[in-house]
Design a binder for this molecule. Structure first.
Ligand code: TRP
Length: 335
Protein backbone atom coordinates (compact mmCIF):
# COMPACT_ATOMS: atom_id res chain seq x y z
CA UNK A 1 0.00 0.00 0.00
CA UNK A 2 1.39 3.40 -0.84
CA UNK A 3 0.94 5.70 2.08
CA UNK A 4 -0.55 9.09 1.73
CA UNK A 5 1.97 11.78 2.52
CA UNK A 6 0.68 14.58 4.71
CA UNK A 7 2.81 17.66 5.22
CA UNK A 8 2.38 20.88 7.08
CA UNK A 9 4.45 23.78 8.32
CA UNK A 10 4.11 26.15 11.25
CA UNK A 11 5.42 29.68 10.91
CA UNK A 12 7.66 30.41 13.89
CA UNK A 13 6.20 33.67 15.12
CA UNK A 14 4.32 33.55 18.40
CA UNK A 15 3.52 31.05 21.13
CA UNK A 16 1.00 28.26 20.50
CA UNK A 17 -2.38 28.80 22.19
CA UNK A 18 -5.41 26.64 22.88
CA UNK A 19 -6.91 27.41 19.45
CA UNK A 20 -3.78 26.14 17.71
CA UNK A 21 -3.92 23.04 19.86
CA UNK A 22 -7.53 22.12 19.07
CA UNK A 23 -7.49 23.29 15.45
CA UNK A 24 -4.11 22.03 14.28
CA UNK A 25 -1.79 20.35 16.76
CA UNK A 26 -4.08 17.74 18.28
CA UNK A 27 -5.56 16.56 14.95
CA UNK A 28 -2.13 16.48 13.31
CA UNK A 29 -0.65 14.36 16.08
CA UNK A 30 -3.63 12.01 15.92
CA UNK A 31 -3.29 11.74 12.15
CA UNK A 32 0.44 11.10 12.40
CA UNK A 33 -0.30 7.96 14.43
CA UNK A 34 -2.33 6.41 11.61
CA UNK A 35 -0.58 3.63 9.71
CA UNK A 36 -1.87 4.86 6.40
CA UNK A 37 -0.17 8.25 6.55
CA UNK A 38 3.38 9.26 6.18
CA UNK A 39 3.70 12.53 8.01
CA UNK A 40 6.03 15.48 7.58
CA UNK A 41 5.97 18.44 9.91
CA UNK A 42 8.31 21.40 9.98
CA UNK A 43 9.08 24.74 11.58
CA UNK A 44 8.69 27.31 8.81
CA UNK A 45 11.36 29.65 10.13
CA UNK A 46 12.16 31.28 6.79
CA UNK A 47 8.47 32.10 6.54
CA UNK A 48 8.74 33.84 9.89
CA UNK A 49 11.08 36.44 8.38
CA UNK A 50 8.29 37.66 6.14
CA UNK A 51 6.32 39.08 9.03
CA UNK A 52 8.83 39.33 11.83
CA UNK A 53 12.07 41.26 11.98
CA UNK A 54 12.76 40.46 15.60
CA UNK A 55 15.47 37.76 15.79
CA UNK A 56 14.85 36.95 19.46
CA UNK A 57 11.18 36.40 18.79
CA UNK A 58 11.88 34.07 15.86
CA UNK A 59 14.36 32.08 17.95
CA UNK A 60 12.09 31.89 21.00
CA UNK A 61 9.09 30.94 18.92
CA UNK A 62 10.97 28.14 17.15
CA UNK A 63 11.93 26.72 20.52
CA UNK A 64 8.42 27.02 21.96
CA UNK A 65 6.75 25.49 18.93
CA UNK A 66 9.18 22.56 18.81
CA UNK A 67 8.78 21.95 22.56
CA UNK A 68 4.99 22.17 22.28
CA UNK A 69 4.69 19.52 19.59
CA UNK A 70 7.09 17.15 21.31
CA UNK A 71 5.43 17.67 24.70
CA UNK A 72 2.04 16.86 23.19
CA UNK A 73 3.28 13.55 21.91
CA UNK A 74 4.53 14.06 18.40
CA UNK A 75 6.72 11.02 17.82
CA UNK A 76 9.79 12.01 15.80
CA UNK A 77 10.21 8.36 14.77
CA UNK A 78 6.81 8.39 13.10
CA UNK A 79 6.87 11.92 11.77
CA UNK A 80 9.70 13.54 9.88
CA UNK A 81 10.05 16.62 12.08
CA UNK A 82 12.49 19.26 10.89
CA UNK A 83 13.28 22.93 10.57
CA UNK A 84 12.89 24.49 7.13
CA UNK A 85 16.20 26.38 7.34
CA UNK A 86 18.09 23.10 7.86
CA UNK A 87 17.07 21.98 4.38
CA UNK A 88 19.06 24.16 1.97
CA UNK A 89 17.41 22.46 -1.00
CA UNK A 90 14.16 24.23 -0.10
CA UNK A 91 15.55 27.68 -0.82
CA UNK A 92 17.32 26.30 -3.87
CA UNK A 93 14.07 24.92 -5.20
CA UNK A 94 12.39 28.23 -4.42
CA UNK A 95 14.53 29.91 -7.05
CA UNK A 96 13.74 27.36 -9.72
CA UNK A 97 10.04 27.66 -8.90
CA UNK A 98 10.30 31.45 -8.98
CA UNK A 99 11.35 31.06 -12.59
CA UNK A 100 8.23 29.02 -13.24
CA UNK A 101 5.68 31.00 -11.28
CA UNK A 102 3.76 33.66 -13.15
CA UNK A 103 3.97 37.09 -11.60
CA UNK A 104 0.29 37.49 -12.40
CA UNK A 105 -0.45 34.53 -10.17
CA UNK A 106 1.41 36.14 -7.27
CA UNK A 107 -0.46 39.42 -7.84
CA UNK A 108 -3.58 37.54 -6.80
CA UNK A 109 -2.21 36.21 -3.50
CA UNK A 110 -4.43 37.28 -0.57
CA UNK A 111 -1.62 38.39 1.75
CA UNK A 112 -0.10 40.66 -0.87
CA UNK A 113 -3.47 41.99 -2.01
CA UNK A 114 -4.44 42.80 1.57
CA UNK A 115 -1.22 44.77 2.04
CA UNK A 116 -1.80 46.74 -1.17
CA UNK A 117 -5.40 47.44 -0.24
CA UNK A 118 -4.52 48.77 3.18
CA UNK A 119 -1.83 50.99 1.63
CA UNK A 120 -4.34 52.36 -0.85
CA UNK A 121 -6.85 53.02 1.89
CA UNK A 122 -4.16 54.90 3.81
CA UNK A 123 -3.28 56.90 0.71
CA UNK A 124 0.23 55.41 0.58
CA UNK A 125 2.16 53.98 -2.33
CA UNK A 126 0.49 50.61 -3.09
CA UNK A 127 3.76 48.76 -2.47
CA UNK A 128 4.67 50.61 0.70
CA UNK A 129 6.48 48.19 3.06
CA UNK A 130 5.79 45.24 0.74
CA UNK A 131 8.93 43.11 0.55
CA UNK A 132 9.75 40.59 -2.14
CA UNK A 133 9.47 38.05 0.68
CA UNK A 134 5.81 38.91 1.19
CA UNK A 135 5.15 39.07 -2.53
CA UNK A 136 6.70 35.71 -3.34
CA UNK A 137 5.72 33.98 -0.08
CA UNK A 138 3.56 31.41 -1.93
CA UNK A 139 6.60 30.30 -3.93
CA UNK A 140 8.58 29.44 -0.81
CA UNK A 141 5.53 27.59 0.45
CA UNK A 142 5.25 25.74 -2.87
CA UNK A 143 8.88 24.65 -2.48
CA UNK A 144 8.12 23.33 1.04
CA UNK A 145 5.28 21.25 -0.31
CA UNK A 146 6.61 20.09 -3.68
CA UNK A 147 10.02 19.15 -2.27
CA UNK A 148 8.53 16.22 -0.38
CA UNK A 149 5.93 15.08 -2.90
CA UNK A 150 3.19 15.66 -0.36
CA UNK A 151 -0.36 14.66 -1.32
CA UNK A 152 -2.36 16.30 1.46
CA UNK A 153 -1.72 19.63 3.11
CA UNK A 154 -3.76 20.33 6.26
CA UNK A 155 -4.14 24.11 6.50
CA UNK A 156 -6.46 26.83 7.70
CA UNK A 157 -8.85 28.42 5.20
CA UNK A 158 -6.51 31.37 4.64
CA UNK A 159 -3.87 29.01 3.25
CA UNK A 160 -5.96 27.11 0.68
CA UNK A 161 -5.03 29.56 -2.02
CA UNK A 162 -1.34 28.95 -1.41
CA UNK A 163 -1.72 25.21 -1.78
CA UNK A 164 -3.61 25.77 -5.04
CA UNK A 165 -0.78 27.98 -6.24
CA UNK A 166 1.71 25.23 -5.41
CA UNK A 167 -0.38 22.86 -7.47
CA UNK A 168 -0.49 25.33 -10.33
CA UNK A 169 3.28 25.86 -10.29
CA UNK A 170 3.87 22.09 -10.13
CA UNK A 171 1.60 21.48 -13.10
CA UNK A 172 3.36 24.09 -15.14
CA UNK A 173 6.79 22.70 -14.29
CA UNK A 174 5.77 19.11 -15.02
CA UNK A 175 4.36 20.22 -18.35
CA UNK A 176 7.39 22.28 -19.38
CA UNK A 177 10.15 19.97 -18.18
CA UNK A 178 9.53 16.53 -16.72
CA UNK A 179 7.02 14.87 -14.47
CA UNK A 180 8.87 15.64 -11.24
CA UNK A 181 6.26 16.96 -8.85
CA UNK A 182 3.27 15.40 -7.13
CA UNK A 183 0.19 17.62 -7.23
CA UNK A 184 -0.81 18.58 -3.68
CA UNK A 185 -4.28 19.15 -2.29
CA UNK A 186 -5.35 21.27 0.68
CA UNK A 187 -7.36 19.65 3.45
CA UNK A 188 -9.29 21.96 5.73
CA UNK A 189 -10.53 20.84 9.11
CA UNK A 190 -14.25 21.07 9.90
CA UNK A 191 -15.71 24.10 11.65
CA UNK A 192 -15.82 22.49 15.07
CA UNK A 193 -12.06 22.73 14.98
CA UNK A 194 -12.23 26.52 14.99
CA UNK A 195 -12.15 27.40 18.66
CA UNK A 196 -13.76 30.55 20.00
CA UNK A 197 -11.65 32.96 22.00
CA UNK A 198 -12.39 34.91 25.18
CA UNK A 199 -14.66 37.36 23.34
CA UNK A 200 -16.50 34.71 21.31
CA UNK A 201 -14.71 35.47 18.05
CA UNK A 202 -12.32 32.94 16.51
CA UNK A 203 -9.40 32.43 18.91
CA UNK A 204 -6.50 34.22 17.31
CA UNK A 205 -3.38 36.05 18.30
CA UNK A 206 -4.45 38.97 16.13
CA UNK A 207 -7.67 39.40 18.16
CA UNK A 208 -5.78 39.19 21.45
CA UNK A 209 -8.43 36.80 22.78
CA UNK A 210 -6.38 33.63 23.24
CA UNK A 211 -6.16 31.16 26.10
CA UNK A 212 -2.58 30.02 26.75
CA UNK A 213 -1.67 26.39 26.18
CA UNK A 214 1.28 25.87 28.51
CA UNK A 215 1.34 28.85 30.79
CA UNK A 216 0.83 28.13 34.54
CA UNK A 217 -2.30 26.50 35.88
CA UNK A 218 -3.15 29.78 37.54
CA UNK A 219 -3.03 31.70 34.24
CA UNK A 220 -5.16 29.04 32.58
CA UNK A 221 -7.78 29.38 35.32
CA UNK A 222 -7.64 33.14 35.07
CA UNK A 223 -8.09 33.12 31.30
CA UNK A 224 -11.06 30.75 31.54
CA UNK A 225 -12.66 33.02 34.13
CA UNK A 226 -12.39 35.86 31.63
CA UNK A 227 -14.46 34.14 28.94
CA UNK A 228 -17.32 36.41 28.01
CA UNK A 229 -20.77 35.23 29.15
CA UNK A 230 -24.20 36.81 29.42
CA UNK A 231 -25.70 38.04 32.69
CA UNK A 232 -28.03 35.12 33.40
CA UNK A 233 -28.14 34.19 37.08
CA UNK A 234 -27.60 30.73 38.58
CA UNK A 235 -30.80 28.74 38.12
CA UNK A 236 -31.78 30.50 34.90
CA UNK A 237 -31.63 28.18 31.84
CA UNK A 238 -28.73 28.97 29.52
CA UNK A 239 -28.35 28.40 25.80
CA UNK A 240 -25.44 25.99 25.31
CA UNK A 241 -25.19 26.64 21.58
CA UNK A 242 -24.72 30.34 22.16
CA UNK A 243 -21.92 29.91 24.71
CA UNK A 244 -18.16 30.03 24.31
CA UNK A 245 -17.83 28.09 27.57
CA UNK A 246 -19.88 25.27 26.06
CA UNK A 247 -18.02 25.42 22.76
CA UNK A 248 -14.71 25.01 24.55
CA UNK A 249 -16.19 22.25 26.68
CA UNK A 250 -17.24 20.41 23.53
CA UNK A 251 -13.71 20.60 22.15
CA UNK A 252 -12.37 18.66 25.13
CA UNK A 253 -15.19 16.48 26.47
CA UNK A 254 -16.41 13.07 25.29
CA UNK A 255 -19.99 12.74 23.92
CA UNK A 256 -21.54 11.77 27.28
CA UNK A 257 -19.87 14.67 29.04
CA UNK A 258 -21.01 17.04 26.28
CA UNK A 259 -24.60 15.86 26.77
CA UNK A 260 -24.32 16.17 30.55
CA UNK A 261 -23.09 19.77 30.25
CA UNK A 262 -25.86 20.56 27.78
CA UNK A 263 -28.37 19.37 30.39
CA UNK A 264 -26.62 21.39 33.09
CA UNK A 265 -26.98 24.49 30.91
CA UNK A 266 -30.69 23.82 30.48
CA UNK A 267 -30.94 23.38 34.25
CA UNK A 268 -29.31 26.74 34.85
CA UNK A 269 -25.77 25.92 35.94
CA UNK A 270 -24.00 29.03 37.31
CA UNK A 271 -21.35 30.51 35.01
CA UNK A 272 -18.76 30.24 37.76
CA UNK A 273 -19.46 26.55 38.17
CA UNK A 274 -19.40 25.87 34.40
CA UNK A 275 -16.06 27.65 34.14
CA UNK A 276 -14.68 25.74 37.09
CA UNK A 277 -15.58 22.44 35.42
CA UNK A 278 -14.15 23.67 32.14
CA UNK A 279 -10.86 24.51 33.81
CA UNK A 280 -10.68 21.04 35.40
CA UNK A 281 -11.37 19.40 32.06
CA UNK A 282 -8.81 21.34 30.03
CA UNK A 283 -6.21 21.24 32.74
CA UNK A 284 -6.70 17.48 33.03
CA UNK A 285 -5.94 17.03 29.36
CA UNK A 286 -2.90 19.31 29.42
CA UNK A 287 -1.23 18.98 32.80
CA UNK A 288 1.13 16.07 32.01
CA UNK A 289 2.12 17.68 28.74
CA UNK A 290 2.77 20.96 30.58
CA UNK A 291 5.35 19.21 32.76
CA UNK A 292 7.05 17.74 29.68
CA UNK A 293 6.94 21.13 27.97
CA UNK A 294 8.78 22.81 30.83
CA UNK A 295 11.38 20.01 30.86
CA UNK A 296 11.91 20.40 27.13
CA UNK A 297 12.23 24.18 27.37
CA UNK A 298 15.03 23.54 29.85
CA UNK A 299 16.76 21.12 27.51
CA UNK A 300 17.32 22.88 24.20
CA UNK A 301 20.12 20.45 23.31
CA UNK A 302 17.60 17.63 23.23
CA UNK A 303 15.21 19.60 21.01
CA UNK A 304 18.11 20.40 18.75
CA UNK A 305 19.16 16.75 18.48
CA UNK A 306 15.62 15.78 17.48
CA UNK A 307 15.56 18.46 14.78
CA UNK A 308 18.99 17.44 13.50
CA UNK A 309 17.86 13.85 13.07
CA UNK A 310 14.72 15.09 11.36
CA UNK A 311 16.77 17.21 8.99
CA UNK A 312 18.90 14.23 8.11
CA UNK A 313 15.83 12.20 7.19
CA UNK A 314 14.26 15.09 5.29
CA UNK A 315 17.42 15.71 3.32
CA UNK A 316 17.43 12.16 1.99
CA UNK A 317 14.30 13.21 0.15
CA UNK A 318 15.25 16.76 -0.68
CA UNK A 319 18.71 16.07 -2.13
CA UNK A 320 17.26 13.36 -4.38
CA UNK A 321 14.44 15.57 -5.57
CA UNK A 322 16.65 18.59 -6.12
CA UNK A 323 18.92 16.41 -8.24
CA UNK A 324 15.96 15.56 -10.48
CA UNK A 325 14.93 19.20 -10.70
CA UNK A 326 18.41 20.34 -11.69
CA UNK A 327 18.58 17.60 -14.28
CA UNK A 328 15.19 18.55 -15.68
CA UNK A 329 16.04 22.22 -16.13
CA UNK A 330 19.60 21.75 -17.41
CA UNK A 331 21.67 22.73 -14.40
CA UNK A 332 24.69 20.62 -13.47
CA UNK A 333 27.89 19.01 -14.67
CA UNK A 334 29.07 19.60 -18.24
CA UNK A 335 28.89 16.31 -20.10
N1 TRP B 1 2.21 29.71 5.50
C1 TRP B 1 1.70 28.77 6.46
C2 TRP B 1 0.97 29.55 7.56
O1 TRP B 1 1.28 30.68 7.82
C3 TRP B 1 2.82 27.97 7.07
C4 TRP B 1 3.48 27.14 6.04
C5 TRP B 1 4.67 27.38 5.45
C6 TRP B 1 2.98 25.94 5.48
N2 TRP B 1 4.98 26.39 4.56
C7 TRP B 1 3.96 25.52 4.54
C8 TRP B 1 1.81 25.19 5.65
C9 TRP B 1 3.77 24.36 3.77
C10 TRP B 1 1.63 24.05 4.90
C11 TRP B 1 2.61 23.63 3.96
O2 TRP B 1 0.08 28.97 8.18
Amino acid sequence: MTKERVLTGITTTGTPHLGNYVGAIRPAIEASRSDSVDSFLFLADYHALIKCQDPDLVRQSSKEIAATWLALGLDPQETVFYRQSDIPEITELTWVLNCNAAKGLMNRAHAYKAAVQSNEEAGDDPDFAVTMGLFSYPVLMAADILMFKAHKIPVGKDQIQHVEMARDIAQRFNHNFADVFTLPEAVVGDDVAVLQGLDGRKMSKSYNNTIPLFDTEKKLRKAINKIKTNLLEPGEPKDADDSTVFQLWSAFANPEEIQRMRDEFANGIAWGEAKKQLFELINGELSDARVRYLELMDDPAYIESVLMKGAERAREHSTALMQKVREAVGIGAIR
